[in-house]
Design a protein around this ligand. Structure first.
Ligand SMILES: [Cu+2]
Length: 148
């Protein structure tokens, strides 16, 4: 009855996979969502008036903190938008960032971080301009870091 064993393993792997990526399933099933909410970026954020940064238009000397959650298998906020030079501090929410969503990757910035309740902070300087994908270890999550 080797076939049975093979099937049992296949089903087990499938179930584990679904559990790990449960947050993504609804997204995968419903297909591409209307990305309309992306329009509503929360503005340029509170610029520190005391920061006597060099030239205007940069975020040098500014620290911006974001709380990153997972909502329906997508990163929230979906877009983290900062000015070049800003120190970006991302505090991951370990309650919602579970499974593969707990690993936050920001391509182009070399960020690959496992969020745990003991260690949930990602901090770096946004020194490169552009739009950088932010996604989970499965390549989903559809987040984005925008540095301008
Ligand atoms: Cu994932």
């Amino acid at each position: 009855m080797e076939n049975r064993a093979v099937w049992a393993i296949a089903v087990l792997v499938g179930v584990v996979f679904l559990m790990m990526h449960a947050g993504h399933i609804s997204t995968l099933v419903s297909g591409t969502k209307d990305p309309a909410p992306e329009e509503q970026t929360p503005g340029p954020g509170p610029l520190s008036s005391s920061g006597s940064a060099g030239s205007p238009g940069t975020g040098v000397g500014t620290v911006q903190t974001f709380t990153l959650k997972s909502v329906d298998g997508q990163y929230d906020p979906a877009v983290i938008s900062v000015k070049q030079g800003t120190t970006v501090r991302i505090e991951g929410d370990p309650k919602t960032l579970s499974g593969c969503m707990a690993v936050v990757n920001i391509q182009g910035y070399g960020v690959s971080k496992l969020i745990t309740s003991a260690d949930n902070v990602i901090e770096f300087t946004a020194d490169k301009t552009g739009s950088f994908p932010m996604n989970c270890d499965m390549g989903i999550g559809n987040g984005r870091l925008v540095v301008g």
